[in-house]
Every structure is written in structure tokens, then in C-alpha cells.
Design a protein around this ligand. Structure first.
Ligand code: ATP
Ligand code: MG
Length: 587
């Protein structure tokens, strides 16, 4: 797998921000450039001193961590400054939108901890109003019906270094435009045969200003308006006007829209609107080893590279939720990365770190053995069972202890035994003594192997009854402490371990021929069956979280409902990647 570090100069997405350079929770909350603008506007009494933002997802997919950044900014800014934030479905493209996504978006916004003001808004609610705005432009001689078709439109539009040419229909009389536009709406013309265009400037260096399309004909039923419309307004037209209609003061969007801003403002200046919102652009979130484009995420789902939008490897909020991430950790991550004006790739280790930090103080510790190796304690009575006290959370004494059964037959982790241990290996090996966490010292006396395969199948050990609780009265020390479960009491589980879904820091950084799919990490999911976990997990409810000592943070997967416990690893205990990076850097 590729090492994380500074990206090659060929990447268009800039540098990875080193972890220690990212803004941390040191009281700097609220000092980014957008918050500064909001403060200035508020103190200048602009918009009556009100802050009114909106979060405008298109319901064509599930929300991802990039949307979380946008939500934390939009809702956060409004909450901090006593303002409001609207949730608006930006639903003007009927071909890709679906009511399934609308519900999922609402669930995700609420899950992340945000409340929208009033009802949920829909750009499609404004179709009639937008139509009359278009009429206003036509009547003012600022929009015309154009009969050029796809390829011709592009040809006339020119290139960034070659100015465009006027459409032959640019100077149509107002009455003819009004008539044609009404007939477009009435369904008299074929899809794609005509468009309504704003009459701006075909010589503008900004391509967006070269008479952009504002309406197209598309006979596709809309998930809300059904067959009422066969013409649909374009995003660039809809967005500023929706903002104006809702009284939005600050319309925050990602950098790609920077050179759409003149067009945003043009519509607001040339149409009689109740309010003049201001568009401000910020850098979108890019995350290492991750793709955050809804189209690509949809590909992954449709081509079954993942099990669904909520696959725990997906960067969607439903995926993270299933994986065991908390809303608080995601909000904290968004706070730490801040809001800036230049694109970068944030290390996914940052996100994982925020998850660990949130889970550590609150999560129960339990024991589970993922790759079991049987241990028989020969000098422990056959039918004896005792319980040992295990600490629920060493970070928080108030969380108390629990009783864990101990008996003659145990399972330990296969990786905690080495027949031929390397130097500095402190766990089990022939003749070696180790501590069983919360239990006794045991010594490995004999290694039992499968005759035909040579595989180690059992360890015969003895225990020292004087070492109950993990300490020897004679003061003798052991170097290793391992976890275990009692074979006769443990509960069986399936455990799913996750790695990055992609093996490249920037999966989309592929040559002309390549596809981001070539960068999928074949080892992103490891499913372990036949794991054994301590009996306190019997019947654990879906979504409950705990730490398996030494193994990471885990949570119960919804698949558990089908009988049997299924557990996801949320995140490892430490950032193994950071360790690898450090080791490399030290060389
Ligand atoms: P995608 O490229 O994933 O399709 P989009 O911009 O088309 O994203 P929308 O549903 O329109 O998706 O996004 C809703 C809001 O979330 C927009 O304001 C958009 O700017 C913001 N947003 C989307 N992706 C990111 C991201 N990676 N980082 C920050 N904000 C984002
Ligand atoms: Mg969008």
C-alpha cells in the first residue's frame, strides 16, 4: 500500500496537510475567513445583522464526510451567531434524484446533530416562481430561446482561449421568445431541441458568462412534481434565486464555483429579488485513500465493490455510523481541519484520531479473541469456574468492574504464541510465563500439533494459583500480558476488520487511461468467523460500542439481527500508519 506523505506535483489536489499543522482545539474555533466575513457583515449591520445560511444537497446520493464539513460550517455558523440554517433539497435534475435520498439526507443531518430551521425546503417548490423570473429576463431582453443543439452550442461557445460567437437566435424579438418559451413549457418541442439562454456576453473570458443555458427541455418525471414540467431550470440559475427567495445572507459553496460567482451575481442583479445573498467559496474536503464524489460512490454501490451506501468502508455518514463512528467525532474532525481557501488532501488518520479520542473515555473494555488458539490449564480443576474482576474502563473508575468467568479451558489469540520467538517477544512461547489479563500467570508446557498439517492446535499450560489478579506474591515479574476468554462461556462472533477502501493516497490521481477503480484495495475487508468474545456481549444491541482490549474499538453490526453476533472494527487502538510513517522518516 502506498505511503502517505506529500503528493506528487502532478496532483491537482495539492499537498497533504501534515497532522501537526492542522488547527487544533485550542480556542481558535470561529476564526476562519468565512466567520470573519460574517462578523464584519454582522457588525456593519448588513442584512439587518442576521446570519442565514443553507445546506443544499442534491438528493442524488447519500451524504458523505465532505458534506459533513459543509454542514458543520453552515449550521455551525448560524448556531454560533444566533442565525438560521435552511436544509434545502437542490432538486432540479429529475434524472438522478430520488425520494429515498431525501429521507436519508434528513436522517443524516439529524444524526450529525443539526437542526434545520422550519420546514425542509426544495428548489422544486420554486419551479413556478423560477419560471416567472425567466419571463422577467426575457421581457427585459436578457434571455432568449436558442435553437442550437448540444454540439453546436459548444462550438459557438468557443474555448477558454477563443471567444465565442453569438447564436443566430440571440436577437430574437421579445414576443417571439415569450411565445417559444411558453411552448417549450407546454411540451411542443422535443427534448434538447431548444434552450432558454441568458443574454450576457459571448466574448467574456469567463466561459460561464457566455450566454449560459438557464432552461432545458427534458421529458423526465420529477420525484416531486411528477409530469407537471418538461422544462427544468439549471443549477446556476436556480441556486442564487433559491437563496434570494429564502432570505439567505451567506451562500457558502466549494471552490469550483468561484468562477460561477459572476453569474450568481448577474442573476441577482438582473432579476427583481427580495434579497441579495453573497456567495463565498471554501476548499472542499478531500480525504486520503478516499473518494468523495457522489458519482464515484454510486459506482461503488452499483458495481458492488461495496455492499451498499452503508458499507462500513464507505465515507458516507451511513457508512461511518454503521462502522461505529460517533457524530461528535465527525464534528470534532471538521472543526480541527478548519475552513480554508486552498485545496488540500486531509489525512484520513486525522479522522480516525478524532474517533479514538471520542471513544476512549466512554467505551467499555471487554475481551475477545479473534483468531483463537485453545489453552488447557492442566493443574486447574476440571469443573471449577471462578470469576475474576475486570476493569470496565481504566480511564474512568466510575464505570466499575464486571465479573468474567475463568476456567480450565481458554482461548487466547493465536498471534500471542510463537513456537520459536524472536528476540524481545514477551508473549507465550514454549516454557514461557505470561500474565492473563485480570487472571493468573500461566506457563506454556507443551505444544499440541495437528499430526497431518503440523499446525499448532492447543497449548498445554500450568497456572500459579498464587497469582490471582495478575500479581505474584514473590514479586516475580512477567513481561507479557495477554487477553483470553473462557472456552465454555465465550460467545461466538463474526468480526469484520476494515482497511482503507483504496490503496492510493489520492485514488483519483490516475493517468488518462486509468480509473480510480484500479486503486481499490483488495484487502479492505477481512472477515473473521469463529471468533470468541466474553459472555457479557451475549445479546449486545446493534450499534453498541466497546473496546476489545489490545485490538481496537468495535461495534455491533445490524447483520447481527440474523442470529449470531457480528462485530465491526471501528478503528484500531493506535494509528499504525503514523507508526510506519515515523519509522520510514527515521531511516
Ligand atoms: P459531489 O461532488 O459529491 O457530487 P456535490 O457538490 O454535487 O458533491 P451536493 O449534494 O450538491 O453535492 O452538495 C451539497 C453541499 O455540500 C454543497 O454546498 C457542496 O458544496 C457541499 N459539499 C459537497 N462535497 C463537499 C466536500 N467534499 N467538501 C465540502 N463541501 C462539500
Ligand atoms: Mg452540487
Amino acid at each position: 500500500m502506498q505511503e502517505e506523505g506529500v503528493l506528487g506535483s502532478g496532483s491537482s489536489r495539492g499537498m497533504i496537510i501534515p497532522i501537526d499543522k492542522v488547527q487544533t482545539d485550542d480556542g481558535t474555533r470561529g476564526t476562519d475567513f468565512i466567520r470573519q466575513i460574517a462578523d464584519e457583515d454582522q457588525s456593519a449591520g448588513k442584512h439587518g445583522g442576521i446570519i442565514h445560511t443553507r445546506f443544499p444537497p442534491e438528493p442524488n446520493g447519500y451524504l458523505h464526510i465532505g458534506h459533513a464539513k459543509s454542514m458543520c460550517l453552515n449550521f455551525g455558523l448560524a448556531v454560533e451567531r444566533g442565525g438560521q440554517c435552511n436544509l434545502r433539497m437542490d432538486d432540479t435534475n429529475p434524472t438522478t434524484e430520488d425520494v429515498e435520498y431525501v429521507q436519508a439526507i434528513k436522517d443524516d443531518v439529524a444524526w450529525l446533530g443539526f437542526e434545520w430551521s422550519g420546514r425542509v425546503f426544495h428548489a422544486s417548490d420554486y419551479f413556478e416562481q423560477l419560471y416567472s423570473f425567466a419571463l422577467q429576463l426575457i421581457k427585459a431582453g436578457k434571455a432568449y430561446v436558442c435553437d442550437l443543439q448540444g454540439a453546436e452550442v459548444s462550438e459557438y461557445r468557443g474555448l477558454w482561449n477563443r471567444t465565442g460567437r453569438d447564436s443566430p437566435h440571440r436577437n430574437r424579438p421579445v414576443d417571439e421568445n415569450l411565445d417559444l418559451f411558453a411552448r417549450m413549457r407546454a411540451g411542443e418541442f422535443e427534448d434538447g431541441s431548444r434552450t432558454l439562454r441568458a443574454k450576457i456576453d459571448m466574448g467574456s473570458p469567463n466561459m460561464n458568462m457566455r450566454d449560459p443555458t438557464i432552461y432545458r427541455i427534458r421529458r423526465v418525471p420529477h420525484y416531486r412534481t411528477g409530469d407537471s414540467w418538461c422544462i427544468y431550470p439549471m443549477y446556476d440559475f436556480t441556486h442564487p434565486l433559491s437563496d434570494a427567495l429564502e432570505g439567505i445572507t451567506h451562500s457558502l459553496c466549494t471552490l469550483e464555483f468561484e468562477n460561477h460567482r459572476p453569474l450568481y451575481d448577474w442573476f441577482l442583479h438582473n432579476i427583481d429579488v427580495p434579497n441579495q445573498p453573497r456567495q463565498i467559496e471554501f476548499a472542499r474536503l478531500n480525504l486520503s485513500y478516499t473518494v468523495l464524489s457522489k458519482r464515484k460512490l454510486l459506482d461503488l454501490v452499483e458495481q458492488r465493490h461495496v455492499t451498499g451506501w452503508d458499507d462500513p468502508r464507505m465515507p458516507t455518514l451511513v457508512g461511518f455510523r454503521r462502522r461505529g463512528y460517533t457524530p461528535k467525532a465527525i464534528r470534532e474532525f471538521c472543526h480541527r481541519i478548519g475552513v480554508a481557501k486552498s485545496n488540500s488532501i486531509v489525512s484520513v488518520a486525522q479522522l480516525e484520531d478524532a474517533v479514538r479520542q471520542d471513544l476512549n473515555p466512554s467505551t467499555l473494555r471487554v475481551m475477545g479473541v479473534l483468531r483463537p488458539l485453545k489453552v488447557t490449564i492442566e493443574n486447574y480443576p476440571e469443573d471449577k469456574v471462578e470469576t475474576v474482576d475486570a476493569v470496565n474502563n481504566p480511564e474512568d473508575e466510575g464505570m466499575g468492574t464486571r465479573a468474567v468467568p475463568f476456567s480450565r479451558e481458554l482461548y487466547v489469540e493465536r498471534t500471542d504464541f510463537e513456537e520459536d520467538p524472536p528476540r524481545k517477544y514477551h508473549r507465550l512461547a514454549p516454557g514461557r510465563e505470561v500474565r492473563l489479563r485480570y487472571g493468573y500467570f500461566i506457563t506454556c508446557r507443551e505444544v499440541v500439533k495437528d499430526q497431518s498439517t503440523g499446525e499448532v492446535v492447543e497449548l498445554r499450560c500450568t497456572y500459579d494459583p498464587e497469582t490471582r489478579g495478575g500479581y505474584a506474591p514473590d514479586g516475580r515479574k512477567v513481561r507479557g500480558t495477554i487477553h483470553w476468554v473462557s472456552a465454555g462461556h465465550a460467545v461466538q462472533a463474526e468480526v469484520r476488520l476494515y482497511d482503507h477502501l483504496f490503496a492510493q493516497v489520492d485514488p483519483s490521481d490516475v493517468g488518462e487511461e486509468g480509473s480510480y477503480l484500479d486503486n481499490l484495495n483488495p484487502g479492505s475487508l477481512e472477515t473473521l468467523t469463529g471468533c470468541w468474545v466474553e459472555p457479557s456481549l451475549e445479546g449486545a444491541s446493534v450499534g453498541s460500542r466497546f473496546q476489545f482490549e489490545r485490538l481496537g474499538y468495535f461495534c455491533v453490526d445490524p447483520d447481527s439481527c440474523q442470529g449470531g453476533l457480528v462485530v465491526n472494527r471501528t478503528v484500531t487502538l493506535r494509528d499504525t500508519w503514523a507508526k510506519i510513517e515515523k519509522a520510514k522518516a527515521a531511516k
